[in-house]
Ligand binder design. Structure first.
Ligand code: UTP
Length: 408
C-alpha cells in the first residue's frame, strides 16, 4: 500500500489522522506505518459499531463436576494415567502471559511482580516451581510454551534468561508472541503510541492457539507427539500446572477438554461458571446470569450453577485444529490506553480512555464437544493477583501463599 492508497483507505473509514505525522517520519518509519495501516482490516464490524458486537447467547443449563470427593476416591488411578501421559511426552503447557495487567498497575510483565517480603519470589517463579514439582515426580519435562505480547516479549524473555529459567530446562521452553488488534478512543478513532506506531494491543487470550500456530510451534507440538495442552493464566500464584490427577481424570473421562473449577463462595460471586449452552460446554459470565440462574439449587441444596472457572484448561490438540478456522466472538474492553495526543506527546491516562478488542479462551471451550469440570480446593489452587489491593490482590494472594506453606 502506498501513501495515496493509504490516505484513501483511511478516509473511507474516518481514520485519516493516522497519517498526521507522516511527513515528519524517516522513509523506513513511513514504510512501517504504511504496512501497519495495510493490516488494520478496517472493514471489520468493530470499526463500524462496537456496540453491535454484543454476543447472542444460547440456552444455558447447569453442568455438574467431578467433585473433590469423587476425585479423591480415584486419585491414585488418575495420577498414574496423568504421569504416564507426561512421561510419554504427550503433555505440553501454555502460559498465557500476553495480558497488560492494567489493574495491577505494575510497569512490567505481570509475571515479574515480586510476591516476596523477605526474599525474591516472582510470579513466574511461583509458576515454574509449581510445575517443577510435577516434572520432578514424573522425572520428565513438560514442554512449556509461553505466550507474550509484542509489548512485553523482550522483557519477559530477558527476565527468564537472567533468572536461569528458575531452574527449568531452557530447552523445554519456547516463547511466542500473540497477535494484536488496534485500539480506539471513545469516538472510535484508532490510537497511536508514536508518530509511526499504531496502538496495536494484544488481542485477548483466545488468540493463543492461532498465534502459536503462526509462530510455527504447532508443528513442534505435532512432531513431539503432544496430545494435550494445559493452558493457564499467569496471575494465579497457586496454579497447579500439568496436574497429573487433572490430566488423568480428563483422559479417563473421554472428554475433549477439561476445566479446573472451584465451588462459588456465594451465589453472587463475580466469576464465570462452567455450564452447558445449547448442549455444549460453555462459560456463563456472572453478569449474564439471571437471578433465577444465580439462586437455582439442586435437590441436595447445592447451587446448580456452582462451578466457577479459574483459567486452567486442558485441551486435546486434535480437537483444537478446527478452532483455527472458526470465528471467535470479539469482546470490547474499556481500558487505560497510553497514546500520543495531537501534538505527538505521549499520554498515560489514569482512567479508562479507550477500547481494545479481545477474543477469549473461554469461547474455545464452547467450540469443544465436551468438557470435564474438575473441582479443586480454592484455598490450595486459586490465588489470583488482579489488583494491587482489595479483592484478588497481591495481599490476598500473599496470605494464600503463606497458608500453603510458602515463605514470602
Ligand atoms: P486478564 O483478563 O486478567 O487480562 O487476563 P490482563 O490484560 O492480564 O489484565 P487487566 O485486565 O489489564 O488487569 C487473564 C489471563 O490471560 C492473559 C493474561 O496474561 C492472564 O494470564 N492474557 C490476557 C493474554 O495472554 N493475552 C491477552 O491479550 C489478554
Amino acid at each position: 500500500m502506498n501513501y495515496t492508497e493509504a490516505k484513501q483507505y483511511l478516509a473511507r473509514h474516518g481514520q485519516e489522522h493516522l497519517l498526521h505525522f507522516y511527513d515528519t517520519l524517516t522513509p523506513p518509519q513511513q514504510e512501517s506505518l504504511l504496512a501497519q495501516i495495510a493490516g488494520l482490516g478496517l472493514e471489520r464490524p468493530q470499526f463500524r459499531d462496537r456496540n453491535a458486537l454484543t454476543q447472542k447467547r444460547g440456552e444455558f443449563s447447569p453442568l455438574g463436576a467431578l467433585t473433590i470427593e469423587e476425585i479423591r476416591k480415584n486419585e491414585a488411578k488418575y495420577r498414574e494415567i496423568g504421569l504416564r501421559a507426561i512421561r510419554e511426552a504427550k503433555v505440553g503447557a501454555v502460559l498465557l502471559a500476553g495480558g497488560q495487567g492494567s489493574r495491577l498497575g505494575f510497569e512490567h510483565p505481570k509475571g515479574m511482580f515480586n510476591m516476596g517480603r523477605t526474599r525474591e519470589l516472582y510470579i513466574f517463579q511461583c509458576l515454574i516451581e509449581n510445575l517443577k514439582r510435577v516434572t520432578d515426580e514424573a522425572q520428565a519435562y513438560v514442554p512449556l510454551l509461553i505466550m507474550t505480547s509484542k509489548q512485553n516479549n523482550e522483557e519477559t524473555q530477558a527476565f527468564f534468561r537472567e533468572h536461569g529459567y528458575f531452574g527449568y530446562s531452557a530447552d523445554n521452553i519456547d516463547f511466542f508472541t500473540q497477535e494484536t488488534e488496534p485500539a480506539v478512543d471513545e469516538d472510535g478513532k484508532i490510537l497511536m503510541t508514536a508518530p509511526d506506531q499504531i496502538a496495536l494491543l494484544p488481542n485477548g487470550n483466545g488468540g493463543w492457539f492461532s498465534s502459536m500456530q503462526r509462530a510455527g510451534l504447532l508443528e513442534k507440538v505435532h512432531s513431539i507427539g503432544i496430545e494435550w495442552l494445559n493452558v493457564f493464566a499467569v496471575d494465579n500464584v497457586l496454579q497447579q500446572i500439568a496436574d497429573p490427577v487433572f490430566l488423568g481424570a480428563t483422559i479417563d473421562s473421554g472428554c475433549a477438554s477439561g476445566g479446573k473449577v472451584v465451588s462459588k463462595a456465594t451465589p453472587d460471586e463475580r466469576v464465570g461458571v462452567l455450564c452447558l449452552e445449547d448442549g455444549k460446554p460453555s462459560i456463563v459470565e456472572y453478569f449474564e446470569m439471571t437471578d433465577e440462574m444465580r439462586t437455582l439449587r439442586n435437590p441436595d441444596g447445592s447451587l446448580a450453577y456452582r462451578f466457577g472457572v479459574i483459567l486452567n484448561y486442558l485441551f486435546r490438540v486434535d480437537a483444537l485444529t478446527h478452532t483455527l478456522n472458526s470465528d471467535f466472538p470479539l469482546y470490547v474492553a474499556h481500558k487505560k490506553i497510553a497514546h500520543i495526543n495531537a501534538d505527538g506527546v505521549l499520554v498515560k491516562p489514569d482512567k479508562p480512555n479507550g477500547y481494545k478488542f479481545e477474543t477469549l479462551v473461554l469461547d474455545m471451550v464452547h467450540m469443544q464437544d465436551s468438557c470435564l469440570a474438575f473441582e479443586v480446593d480454592r484455598s490450595r489452587e486459586f490465588a489470583p493477583v488482579k489488583n494491587a489491593t482489595g479483592v484478588d490482590s497481591v495481599e490476598t494472594a500473599q496470605a494464600l501463599l503463606e497458608q500453603n506453606g510458602v515463605t514470602l
